[in-house]
Structures are given as structure tokens and as C-alpha cells.
Design a protein around this ligand. Structure first.
Ligand code: ADP
Length: 163
């Protein structure tokens, strides 16, 4: 049987414990998850894209079923490239749903073979978003509860070297 491969696309700027939880749950459904970090030419990122990838690689270095990659194409074209039939996305709120519905239906239209699988976010992580984490970093407050430990360590190191 074909391996069930899912692409988990996003900006991951930075990667949070909410993202981590979604991947861990996704691994119960899929054989392999490719964390696909999208290049957004219209938005300036907070962390450099290669740095974001490096941190995710390090976080999952003991989990061969999770890989990270950078992409700058349509998500469905990236899915074709890596042989994924599924897109994994999280739903936090009803606003997420409306946004995701449109993208999911568009992706299906662009590539008939693709199925988007939505997981409701775990209640303890629903309030966590990369944008809120970025705000906390800007005000130099503690982010250790919101991002995986090794990523918090790297962010702290960057903060010290930029001082
Ligand atoms: P995007 O800007 O494309 O939404 P993000 O990096 O913010 O990219 O999110 C990537 C994916 O992770 C999305 O499907 C989003 O719903 C999911 N996600 C974001 N925050 C959480 C969270 N706290 N818990 C679970 N999933 C989350």
C-alpha cells in the first residue's frame, strides 16, 4: 500500500507547541508528515526561513516520519512534488474555518487527488498562535510555555546575540 503522506503547510514563524501537538496527533493518521514552510514574498518574516527550518529539523531529529522543507510554489504543487495526497491543517476558531474552507476547496479544485484533513486544535493550545508569540518576544517576556524547549533556547540565544 502507498504511504500516506501529508503536507502540513504554514509560516511557523515561529513553530509553537500548538504546531507540535497537531503533528503528534497527525502521526496517528499519516505515515509521514512534511512540514512545509511557505515563502511569503508579501510579508516580512520575523525569523529567517532557513532558521525556522533548521529549528524544526532539530526538534524532529529523532522522528524520521517528520521532515521539514521550504516551498515557494502553490501548496498543491509542493504536494505533488513530495507525493502527498493529504494536507493537514488545524482549526482553532470559526474564523479559521471560513478561511480554511475557501483554501481547501480551491486546493481541491486545483488538484483533484488532494484531501485536506482538519484537526480541531487541543483546547489547551487553542489560544497559542505564532503572532502572539512574536509579540511576547518583542516585549522580551518568557515564551517557554508556548514554543518547544529547544526552539525557546535558540530564540533566547538570538535575543542575547542581538543585544
Ligand atoms: P498560516 O499562516 O498558514 O496559518 P501558521 O504557521 O500560523 O500558518 O499555522 C500553520 C498551521 O498550524 C495551520 O493549519 C494552523 O491552523 C495550525 N496551528 C496554528 N496554531 C495552532 C495551535 N495553537 N494548535 C494547533 N494548530 C495550530
Amino acid at each position: 500500500m502507498n504511504k500516506k503522506i501529508a503536507v502540513f503547510p504554514g509560516s511557523f514563524d515561529p513553530f509553537t507547541v500548538g504546531h507540535q501537538s497537531l503533528i503528534e496527533r497527525g502521526l496517528k493518521i499519516f505515515d509521514e508528515i512534511v512540514v512545509a514552510i511557505g515563502v511569503n514574498s508579501e510579508k516580512k518574516s520575523f525569523f529567517d526561513i532557513e532558521t525556522r527550518k533548521k529549528w524544526i529539523d532539530e526538534l524532529f531529529s529523532e522522528e524520521p516520519r517528520v521532515k521539514a522543507d521550504v516551498f515557494s510554489s502553490l501548496t498543491v504543487d509542493f504536494c505533488k512534488k513530495v507525493g502527498a495526497d493529504f494536507i493537514l491543517r488545524g482549526l482553532r476558531t470559526s474564523a479559521d474555518f471560513e478561511f480554511e474552507r475557501q483554501i481547501g476547496q480551491m486546493n481541491k479544485n486545483l488538484y483533484e487527488n488532494i484531501e485536506t484533513v482538519f484537526l480541531l486544535t487541543s483546547t489547551e493550545y487553542t489560544y497559542i498562535s505564532s503572532s502572539i508569540v512574536r509579540e511576547i518576544i518583542k516585549y522580551k517576556a518568557d515564551i517557554s510555555k508556548f514554543v518547544p524547549e529547544i526552539i525557546a533556547k535558540h530564540i533566547e540565544e538570538l535575543r542575547i546575540s542581538n543585544q
